[in-house]
Design a protein around this ligand. Structure first.
Ligand code: DAT
Ligand code: MG
Length: 142
């Protein structure tokens, strides 16, 4: 098992409802350590670029509107198999289908307002981390 880094967002619905601490608790207690973190309000161009793979889908425009509707926490998480572990702790995209005890099952409001983002592959993690963080913003941790 390899130590990996993954990219995470605590999305507007969760920030707005003061769920940052509850969500971080789930991530940290599952072996994911924060190595970079900041709160930002995404602008339209940032949100569109981040979700470029979904451009043209029916949910794309409302997704962009939602992502720019309030601040988010963008963060880099490190741990053994961090990409897979983060996705497991998050639960699947639709909270109605997410396993009990996952962040999305317990906190998400809808498929769109689903509280968290997590990279789905090593390639996505590298792209997404670089999209929001300069290399020197990542802290070394054991
Ligand atoms: P995930 O965030 O689980 O990686 P995704 O990459 O397929 O899911 O989609 C990105 C986001 O777009 C997702 O978190 C919420 C939104 N989305 C996806 N499918 C949707 C749908 N059918 N209706 C509304 N929003 C959707
Ligand atoms: Mg995705």
């Amino acid at each position: 098992n390899e130590v990996e880094r993954t990219f995470s967002i605590i999305k507007p619905d969760a920030v707005t409802r003061n769920l940052i601490g509850s969500i971080l608790q789930r991530l940290e207690s599952n072996g994911l350590s924060v190595v970079a973190s900041k709160m930002i309000r995404l602008d339209r161009e940032q949100a569109e670029g981040f979700y470029a793979e979904h451009k043209g889908r029916d949910f794309y425009e409302p997704l962009i509107e939602y992502m720019i509707s309030a601040p988010v926490i963008v963060q880099v998480l490190q741990g053994e198999d961090a990409i897979t572990v983060n996705r497991r702790v998050m639960g699947v995209t639709d909270p109605a289908k997410a396993e009990e005890g996952t962040i999305r099952a317990d906190f998400a409001l809808s498929v769109r307002e689903n509280s968290v983002h997590g990279s789905d592959s090593v390639a996505s993690a590298e792209r997404e981390i670089a999209y929001f963080f300069a290399p020197e913003e990542l802290c070394e941790r054991d």
